[in-house]
Design a protein around this ligand. Structure first.
Ligand code: HEC
Length: 423
């Protein structure tokens, strides 16, 4: 019952998070596009009103004509739409989902003892500190250097460096899967905090000054712009990080931090292409370099480059040494099973998997992804996935908490490649 409620919470929070994120990023994309697509009005009446750029669009059967004022309209309209709930609700729902999935189960999801040995609560605390410190450092860079005249360039370089260091640190502290997510979450936290701490309060001060009949301080506009620009380039990298936990070939790679940085760089370059394209410039170098980066990652991670399938040594190891354990059942394997009997496979699964994949899992409140591996039928049903997760991608056992050996992985590999017989 508990597991069932947990699944529903997971579903509802994830649904909410995706919806609010679409609303946030959608409006952000729209405004970047709008800003870069404006043309100077020809109508003298508009120019007289202070309109610096306008755009005509047709959408959903209606004609739209947004206008952007050079500074501000002469009088601030009474009803002014603000954009911030998209951002806040995305962060809040994302943090709730992160807490439910990762923090409540920190010893399973955050810790990989081969990466960094720490307790679950320590890992949970570190993850939260990671988000907070990333924001504080970023904010210090932007406020101390970015606000200076001509300081923007240096600030941007430092922010880029910060991303590199923080991705490296995450991948050396947390399990690969969690490290990617936390790297994305820390950029997303910066994005949302930019809205909360600088962009919206700056706009409020500008509006208040105008309502009081004073000229708004241009620093608010400058600051808001700088933070918005960073948010624009963070968007695609963050989205990849959020999706990455479906793709173990990326986060379970040996130098996973390099993989994440290369894919993030590709995302930022693609965004840059579109930003320029809205202004009428098509610089194909950006997507060209992005595609080259992605190709390099894809080739670098391919089984061919990493010496798979099945290093011969492993085959021999598996033949020479039956599964670790009490060695009770090592009947000769039937012909055509790759020299591995089903009993051996079942023994590996019992030793290394059912702690998290049985009705009453001992290491997790709920069997991982609802996958049960506690009977012959269940193993047969999931044979392909078992092979994929435990042998090809090596993403299971999660964080190798149950210390599976390469020989045992090879048992699974050979069993499946020989037809996955279950008799
Ligand atoms: C420490 C707990 C743990 C252990 C041990 C473990 N798993 Fe998992 N497994 C999980 C979790 C958690 C998930 C769900 C991951 C997710 O939500 O993407 C999962 C998911 C899976 C999936 C489904 C993956 C998918 O995306 O379809 C398979 C298959 C699987 N595990 C196989 C295995 C095998 C085989 C072993 C033993 C060699 C094993 N697991 C050991 C926790 C574990």
């Amino acid at each position: 019952m508990e597991a069932y409620i947990f699944d529903w919470l997971n579903l509802l929070l994830r649904w909410l998070h995706v919806i609010t994120a679409i609303a946030w990023i959608g409006s952000s994309f729209y405004f970047v596009w709008l800003d870069n697509s404006l043309v100077k009005p020809t109508d003298p009446e508009l120019q007289e009103k202070g309109v610096g750029g306008e755009l005509w669009a047709v959408h959903g059967g209606g004609f739209y004509n947004p206008q952007k004022y050079l500074l501000a309209p002469k009088a601030v309209p009474e009803h002014l739409h603000w954009f911030y709930w998209e951002s806040y609700s995305t962060w809040l729902s994302g943090f709730a989902l992160f807490s439910l999935l990762y923090l409540f189960n920190a010893n399973v999801f955050l810790v990989d003892k081969n990466v960094f040995d720490m307790s679950g609560s320590m890992a949970g605390g570190t993850a939260i500190a990671f988000l907070v410190f990333n924001w504080l450092i970023y904010d210090a860079i932007c406020s101390s250097i970015g606000d200076r005249p001509n300081g923007e360039r240096l600030a941007n370089i430092l922010v880029g460096l910060q991303v590199v260091v923080s991705v490296w640190a995450a991948c050396h502290l947390f399990s690969g899967r969690a490290a990617f997510l936390i790297s994305g979450a820390s950029l997303a936290t910066i994005m949302s905090a930019n809205v909360l701490v600088w962009i919206i309060p700056g706009q409020r001060k500008m509006v208040a000054a105008m309502r009081a009949g004073q000229a708004p301080d241009p620093i608010h506009g400058k600051r808001g712009k700088q933070r918005s620009v960073h948010n624009t380039y963070f968007t695609l990298p963050v989205l990849f990080a959020m999706l990455s936990n479906h793709y173990s070939m990326t986060y379970a790679a040996p130098h996973n931090w390099v993989v994440l940085l290369m894919i993030m760089a590709a995302g930022a370059l693609i965004r840059q292409f579109f930003v320029l394209r809205h202004k009428g410039v098509n610089n194909w170098w950006y997507p060209g370099v992005a595609v080259a980066l992605l190709l390099a990652v894809a080739i670098g991670l391919s089984p061919m480059m990493r010496g798979k399938p099945v290093p011969a040594a492993l085959h021999h190891a598996a033949e020479a040494k039956p599964v670790a354990g009490d060695g009770a059942e090592t009947e000769p394997a039937p012909a055509g099973t790759g020299g591995v009997s089903f009993a051996q496979v079942q023994q590996v699964i019992q030793a290394r998997c059912i702690q998290c994949h049985a009705e009453k899992s001992t290491l997790m409140p709920v069997p991982g992804k609802g996958v049960l591996l506690d009977s012959r039928e269940h193993i047969a049903q999931h044979a392909q996935q078992i092979y994929q997760q435990a042998y090809v991608a090596k993403s299971m056992p999660l964080g190798n908490m149950t210390h599976i050996t390469d020989e045992e992985r090879a048992v699974i590999g050979k069993w499946f490649e020989a037809g996955a017989a279950t008799n």
